[in-house]
Design a protein around this ligand. Structure first.
Ligand SMILES: [Zn+2]
Length: 323
């Protein structure tokens, strides 16, 4: 009897990535196909089918071993029914029964969830959150996504819309967020907003290492700020120190709401900010009523670019997602 495997499928607006995920969260036989998000529903689904077929053709033995297919899809979606509702990034699907279609075509159970919930589950099962009961997960990147995993189960809330922690506001006069609210942590501390805050500081200033790395003020991205910070640049240090303060205020709220056993953060901005983790953890007690807030470990995620595949694979391992 071969080891039970799952296939994890990570759908974005432009690509579908898939891979085989084993029972300890190891990933193999990865594939990538372009996502056709703007055509009809069947064309969008064909891209998903192609990516899964490609995993099977790379590893034919998977046919007998795969016990489920998990899918990370842009939301909003209903994780209970596996129906994708009306994602702005994947306009081909409106009330589309993605899980049911995958089950019909491949003949194994399928689960659908958003990428941050799924990645949080993978960290709780196999990653930096393994060994902890209550896990708060955040992916800090182009956006900020969060997942709450209690006892290896994703906390979905009433309709599956819980854990949108990236859109908790910490400043109601703050910068306008893409979601329509002001001062969401995403509108302050995501990669593009780190770059925005850096550009605001640099406008009208003299020569800067950040601008030198970027080529021009307009081209400044968070990566340039990170590189300049590592080289000891003063403005980059100011911008990232401010980012650390913003994240501390936010995580203080999270601690007072959830008091998780661990906080796991992944994504490019998490890597950029990793040298601040210790000081964030130390200052948490200033921003939480919880007197033991600083005891909660703040750690880097196990999964990087493969978080979506691992997370999708994890969806079929958790009883939380049995429909
Ligand atoms: Zn927002």
């Amino acid at each position: 009897m071969p080891e039970a495997m799952t296939i994890g499928v990570d759908i974005g607006g432009t690509k579908v990535a898939a891979g085989l995920v084993d029972s300890s969260g190891g990933i193999s036989h990865k594939t990538r196909a372009p996502m056709v998000a703007t055509g009809d529903a069947a064309t969008g689904f064909a891209a998903v089918k192609d990516a899964v077929d490609a995993v099977f053709s790379k590893f034919p033995e998977a046919h007998g071993a795969v016990t489920g297919i998990g899918i990370c899809s842009p939301g909003p979606l209903d994780p209970k029914t596996g129906v994708v509702l009306n994602p702005p990034n994947v306009p081909c699907w409106r009330n589309y029964p993605l899980a049911a279609e995958v089950e019909r075509v491949f003949g194994v159970p399928a689960r659908v969830d958003n990428d941050a919930n799924a990645a949080g589950l993978a960290e709780a099962l196999w990653g930096a959150g393994a060994g902890y009961t209550n896990v708060f997960y955040a992916t800090l990147g182009t956006g900020i996504g969060t997942g709450i995993v209690f006892d290896k189960k994703i906390y979905h809330g009433r309709t599956g819309s819980a854990a949108e922690g990236g859109h908790m506001t910490i400043d109601f006069h703050g910068h306008l967020c893409g979601c329509g609210k002001h001062g969401c942590i995403e509108a302050l501390a995501s990669g593009p907003n780190i770059a925005r805050r850096a550009r605001a500081r640099l406008a009208g200033a003299g020569a800067s290492r950040i601008v030198q790395l970027a080529g021009s003020l307009e081209q400044v991205r968070a990566e340039h700020v990170g590189q300049a910070f590592r080289e000891g640049d003063a403005v980059a240090t100011e911008v990232l120190t401010e980012t650390a303060h913003l994240l501390t205020v936010w995580l203080g709220n999270i601690v007072d709401l959830l008091e998780p056993d661990v906080m796991v953060v992944g994504g490019g901005v998490a890597e950029l900010m990793s040298s601040f983790f210790e000081s964030i953890a130390k200052r948490l007690s200033n921003w939480a009523i919880n007197q033991r807030a600083s005891e909660i470990p703040l750690v880097m995620a196990r999964y990087g670019a493969d978080a979506g595949i691992a997370g999708a694979g994890a969806l079929c391992r958790s009883t939380a997602n049995l429909r």
